[in-house]
Write a protein that binds this ligand. Sequence first.
Ligand code: GLN
Length: 248
Amino acid sequence: MSTNGPVVRLGHLYPDHLNIYADRGNIAVFQRRLEWRGLALDVVEVGLGDEIPEDCNLYYLGGGQDRDQLMVAQDLVGKADSLRRAAEGGAAVLAVCGGYQLMGHSYVAANGEEMAGTALLDLETTAGTDRLIGDVVLSVDLDGATGTVVGYENHAGRTRLGSECAPLGRVHKGHGNNGEDGFEGAVSGRCVGTYLHGPLLPKNPWLADTVLRWALDHSGANIELEPLDDTLERSAHATAVARAGLKR
Ligand code: GLN
């Protein structure tokens, strides 16, 4: 699809190592939702050994197994400053599951190995002895709006938030950050972390547009995102809510 409007630049961090549960699909959603409005997404893939460009408007990290996460963590620790500077400058960050854990201070994996994170989010994660798996439904307040977010979780990590970030949502169905406190994900400024895979964005267009609005604002484009025909997305969302046995 050809577009000639403003371009959002997305840094996709470690696409070869953090990409389970079709997390790459989230990038496709960002791309299409921009293209449908005559805008464009420029994706810069950042792998092991690559510098993190600081001029992106949006950064994305997907989920990964502990083994991949360790490789990524060792590489990321030396580059975390670039990502932090970009985020402090107003770029948006969306991190899913393994990527979410690496946005905290540390992650202690199932084998006891400790990995340092970027500390963009004030949280710590330690793997438990069993996995928290299943469908998730959240209520989310973000950027002045309230909505329901649906997805799927599969993680051993138990995440505890510090006082410098807020949970992304309250759990109506599922386990969330640790299976105990009733919260899921974390938000600080424009940095959002979540355990929800599936991928996350196709069934949650409202969340996709919130992140895109932040990224467009950071790009300097003064653009209101036009509403799209989200009939299909809304229907997929409603099916996920109904499958969880909830009405919404
Ligand atoms: N390795 C992490 C855990 O099990 C993340 C898994 C994932 O990204 N699905 O907690």
